[in-house]
Design a protein around this ligand. Structure first.
Ligand code: ADP
Ligand code: ASP
Ligand code: MG
Length: 408
């Protein structure tokens, strides 16, 4: 017995039969004694079609506010149909759209990529949605949409219904969030691109965020910001018409505070080795040769970055002589690499935050204070959620403090 948020994507409600199936699965869950909140996307490709229509009819002169209003029609339609279908199965249901008094999701006025006011939303979820659950009503809430302080409709960005589901789950202290979609779960890659893709039984929040940030459409990259560690979450297929079916469980996060920036400095000294050669980018297999050589000799690699004429590698200081020797063997064995150098003692500082993805200028924020304090940066590498800075060992402690001051 608990609170379950079930989110249906566009394909999952893509035709009458599927809407019926979705409603039925919700009612079955409710009959088991659970409180169920439904979040739904626009039916099928409605959002794409509306965008196309607007392009053809209005072109670039459409305002963001107008476009958000037009796109919202997709979800305004689907909540009404799904809610009425649930009622037709004999359970009380109420649809909730941004014009409803009970509408919970409050945002700023950035109409197409609105930022959520988490506190206000939580207050409204507790005030308006929780009582419906207590009265035995199944609320059906528009995914993707928000409302600003002037009561205008906003959207959370394409694919944003996933964000709505996890946000509402968080605000309700729900037990489970279930994402119902057109694949059996999270797969080893996009099954539309490779038919050898396999379903994963589970994936961590951290892995899923990186996968989504690099383009896996199956879940919006911002959705898991709202996943608390003790809320169960899974992605399942609509095909079975059963919310209890197995899909992919999403586990975690290990670090529950989504705003946290973790800054850490590796306590060990690293050494840097630069391997040089001509036009390295166009030569096949060089990186593989280097990394295999390193791993065959049981040496851990702490960082690697590649350039046109050099590949820079970071090792623990105690492994550096060995790495130097084995990489030198590689250099003299072939013609592609000309030489290598074993450099100074290095400190490695890692800065990790899921906020980085939409924080413009984050690398500058980290590196500017170092530059202002005359600290030479040996190397910077970055991904969507982490920035790793390598500096000379003697500057390490100071660089670490400066980065902490800037970001925390
Ligand atoms: P919904 O409308 O239910 O939100 P989406 O189309 O947004 O569904 O997301 C589901 C799609 O994500 C799948 O049809 C699939 O093509 C795509 N996808 C991309 N990468 C993956 C992956 N690793 N695992 C599963 N699906 C993926
Ligand atoms: N209907 C919206 C879109 O197509 C939101 C969503 O599907 O999550 O982007
Ligand atoms: Mg989607």
């Amino acid at each position: 017995m608990g609170i379950v948020v079930a989110k249906f994507g566009g394909t999952s409600v893509g035709m009458g039969e599927r809407i019926h199936k979705a409603a039925n699965s919700v009612v079955n869950e409710y009959m088991k004694g659970n409180k169920v909140v439904v979040v739904v996307s626009a039916i099928n490709k409605t959002t794409d079609e509306s965008i196309k229509l607007v392009k053809e009819s209005i072109g670039d002169s459409v305002t963001e506010k107008q476009l958000a209003g037009i796109l919202s029609m997709g979800e305004m339609q689907s909540v009404r149909i799904l809610s009425a279908t649930i009622e037709s199965l004999g359970v009380k249901s109420e649809y909730i759209d941004p014009f409803s008094e009970k509408w919970p999701v409050i945002t700023d006025s950035n109409y197409l990529e609105a930022k959520i006011d988490k506190d206000e939303t939580k207050k409204r979820v507790q005030e308006h949605i929780m009582p419906l659950l207590d009265q035995g009503v199944i609320p059906v809430i528009c995914g993707f949409l928000g409302r600003d302080s002037h009561n205008c409709v906003t959207t959370l960005g394409r694919g944003g219904s996933d964000v709505s589901a996890f946000l509402i789950g968080h605000c309700l202290n729900a037990d489970e969030v279930i994402i119902v979609t057109d694949v059996k779960g999270v797969m080893s890659t996009d099954p539309r691109k490779l038919n050898t893709a396999r379903k994963l039984d589970k994936i961590t929040v951290e892995e899923m965020i990186d996968l989504a940030n690099y383009g896996a459409q199956v879940l919006h990259p911002n959705a898991l910001r709202y996943k608390d560690p003790d809320i169960k979450a899974k992605i399942i297929s609509f095909e079975y018409g059963d919310l209890r079916v197995k899909g992919t469980d999403i586990i975690g996060p290990a670090n529950p505070d989504d705003n946290v920036v973790t800054i850490s400095m590796l306590p060990d000294k690293l050494s840097v080795i630069a391997v040089v050669g001509e036009n390295l980018m166009s030569k096949k297999g060089i990186i593989a040769d280097i990394t295999s050589k390193v791993s065959d000799n049981d040496i851990s690699l702490y960082g690697i970055s590649t350039g046109e004429s050099s590949i820079t590698l970071f090792f623990k200081k105690e492994d550096a002589d060995k790495a130097h020797e084995v990489l030198h063997d590689l250099v003299i064995q072939g013609d592609e690499l000309s030489s290598l150098s074993l450099g100074q003692e290095i400190a490695m500082i890692s800065v990790v935050s899921h906020e980085f993805i939409d924080t413009p200028g984050i690398i500058a924020n980290i590196t500017n204070p170092l530059h202002d304090n005359d600290i030479n940066i040996v190397e910077v590498s970055s991904s969507q959620t982490a920035v790793v800075v390598f500096v000379e060992w003697d500057d390490g402690e100071k660089a670490y403090e400066l980065i902490k001051e800037t970001l925390q």
